[in-house]
Design a protein around this ligand. Structure first.
Ligand code: DAT
Ligand code: MG
Length: 138
């Protein structure tokens, strides 16, 4: 097996809707391990570093404002091919088209919400995971 670690964030909408337990349950049910966990109100500087790749895009400002709007649960998750596996568990970025069975497809409430309100973040590559885990758990 190829044990990896990834960063999962339960975004402010997930925390506000009391879905943290349900999201963690799905992670554990898949066979992944919660190695570390913390709840925090993210500073803008942390979010700017986290989302540096999106700076300048039209959705960047609303995204950062949303991520600042309430507490976030940051989770260090370990498991076999967990980086790719958690992205699959989360579903595609847009909750409208995220497949049923995924976190976003099942739980992101589709009432014309913004795409950024998609409940979770998961690192997208080994390089991102290492960088993001350093940011959120240092
Ligand atoms: P993901 O979170 O699936 O890795 P991403 O890294 O491309 O997606 O974008 C980061 C977040 O930005 C995403 O979770 C929601 C928001 N976002 C992405 N594309 C968007 C768009 N076209 N309109 C509005 N928000 C968007
Ligand atoms: Mg991403």
């Amino acid at each position: 097996s190829t044990i990896e670690e990834t960063l999962v964030l339960i975004k402010p909408d997930g925390v506000a809707r009391s879905l943290s337990g349900e999201i963690l349950r799905r992670i554990e049910a898949k066979g992944y391990s919660i190695v570390d966990i913390r709840m925090l109100q993210a500073e803008r500087s942390l979010l700017a570093e986290h989302y540096a790749e999106h700076e300048g895009k039209p959705f960047y400002e609303p995204l950062v404002e949303f991520m600042e709007s309430g507490p976030i649960v940051a989770v260090r998750v370990a498991g076999n091919r967990v980086i790719e596996g958690f992205r699959s568990l989360a579903g595609t970025t847009d909750p409208t088209t995220a497949a049923p069975g995924t976190i976003r497809g099942d739980l992101a409430r589709d009432w014309g919400l913004k795409v950024q309100q998609n409940l979770v973040h998961g690192s997208d590559s080994p390089e991102s995971a290492e960088r993001e885990l350093q940011l959120w758990f240092s």
